[in-house]
Write a protein that binds this ligand. Structure first.
Ligand code: EPU
Length: 427
């Protein structure tokens, strides 16, 4: 087991390059199941989650090879249609093979993911949508058994809540269904746009990209894909917040500023200076870097489906607000248990009170936090502890850092490149 040591109090500066998006890579890898042949994906981040997903694909019969950030996947011969509990329990996104397997093979068996650290996270929308396309789904022994007796049939499917992976799963099933499928009230996250582009490149007929309604005209077959993963907007946002919280100035490169509308407005509202180009975002304090006369305004956030403020950037923003100059109200509307980082941030001196789905953060100012031993509980909670550690005086030791490794490529190297004193130690 390893822990991460952060020696805080150093102002970060310089440039950091953003990797491909984890949450785009996973559905795009799953989509290679839809067409036999050799698919090429570019800008695939090398993370614990992408490795786990590629391992799952291997169990299904997909062979793969990685050269740098390019991954080729050959899905010519599928040998299996099952995602086991052993894999699904380590990565809920494994459920993304359900739609494409049913579309390609007519059947799939996927372990039902249990609850996770951030909430119950049911998959009822995935199942309801597949049933609407004519799939019979039974739940037995902890598995969803999905099967069709006649070809998938297009239908109208309305989601009560926009769900990212349910939209992706249904889209992947609908592209090979007979007739037209209309998906209403779908999620509009940029990762779904990336999947739409990949599927369209494979020969799928989809209208409504980036809107809340996707219309899919089914086709009988698709060809292999050659597609690029979009930049990771959550990673970009995490580094912007980290640089700001350290009191420094810096630039995230190879990103898409248009994918971070809410975060950039909120950072500006704190008084920070944000400069964008087509593929970079710079953050700085008025006059350059933080000093004793500069204060960070506290601002409120409410997490919402895209283009609202991303739940995956809530914990990081809370760490920033912990060193703000006033009171910030943070509302979490997507997941019911996404405040696990609060108790750990408190150990570092943060003044945060939780009431249901809201947290009230009483900012302690730039010198307000001090390093402490803390425990990571989920991916984004972990990155908020790193941010707090960078802003704090003294040493922070973060255990359970495997959570971080699920979603941040070369975190230590990237932070070190920005001038942070961060390293891993074996426990
Ligand atoms: N929901 C249901 N039933 C369903 C599906 C979702 O009630 O069948 C609810 C969820 O419980 C939640 C809301 O709908 O309250 C939205 O959840 P969504 O389905 O959109 O989440 P997800 O698809 O499981 C993806 C990301 C998450 C990210 C959320 C929200 C991937 C692989 N995962 O999860 O990413 O937080 O969307 O944006 O794309 C992360 O990267 O750290 C992460 C957790």
């Amino acid at each position: 087991m390893e822990k991460l040591i952060v020696e805080g109090g150093r102002q970060l500066s310089g440039e950091v390059r953003v990797s491909g998006a984890k949450n785009a890579a996973l559905p795009l890898i799953a989509a290679t199941l839809l067409a036999p042949g050799k698919h090429t994906l570019h800008n695939v981040p090398d993370l614990r989650d992408t490795r786990t997903f590629i391992k799952l694909m291997g169990e299904l019969g997909v062979t793969s090879e990685r050269k740098g950030d390019v991954v080729t996947l050959d899905s010519t011969h599928l040998v299996h249609a099952e995602a086991s509990y052993d894999l699904v329990k380590t990565m809920r996104a494994s459920v993304l093979v359900l739609g494409p397997l049913v579309a390609r093979l007519g059947r799939a068996k996927v372990s039902l993911p249990g609850g996770c650290a951030i909430g119950a996270r049911p998959i009822n929308f995935h199942i309801m949508g597949l049933e609407a396309l004519g799939v019979s789904c039974t739940l037995e022994n902890g598995y969803v058994d999905a099967e069709i007796s006649t070809p998938l049939q297009g239908n109208v499917i309305y989601f009560d809540i926009p769900s990212v992976t349910a939209t992706e799963n249904l889209l992947m099933a609908a592209v090979l269904a007979e007739g037209t499928t209309v998906l209403k009230n779908v999620a509009r996250e940029p990762e779904i746009g990336n999947l739409v582009d990949m599927l369209t490149g494979m020969g799928a007929k989809i209208q409504g990209k980036d809107s809340d309604r996707l219309t899919v005209k089914g086709v009988t077959s698709l060809r292999p894909a050659d597609c690029r993963i979009i930049p990771d907007r959550i990673e970009a946002g995490t580094y912007l917040i980290a640089i700001a919280a350290s009191g420094g100035r810096g630039t995230v490169t190879h990103c898409n500023p248009a994918h971070l509308p809410a975060l950039l407005e909120k950072l500006k509202a704190t008084g920070l200076i944000i400069d964008e180009t087509r593929d970079t975002i710079s953050v700085s304090w008025p006059g350059g870097t933080a000093n004793s006369s500069r204060k960070l305004q506290s601002v409120d956030i409410t997490t919402m489906p895209y283009p609202g403020y991303a739940t995956d950037l809530q914990a990081q923003f809370m760490a920033l607000m912990a060193i703000g100059s006033g009171v910030s109200l943070i509302n979490e509307t997507i997941f019911e248990n996404r405040f696990m980082h609060v108790a750990e941030l408190r150990r570092m001196g943060a003044d945060i009170r939780v009431d249901g789905s809201s947290a009230v953060v009483n900012g302690k100012g730039m010198r307000g936090l001090s390093g402490a031993p803390v425990m990571a509980t989920d991916l984004r909670a972990s990155s908020s502890l790193v941010i707090a550690g960078l802003a704090a005086s003294g040493r922070t030791e973060i255990t359970r850092i495997y959570h971080l490794e699920r979603g941040y490529e070369n975190l230590v190297e990237k932070l070190t490149g920005l001038g942070a004193r961060v390293w891993k130690e074996t426990m």
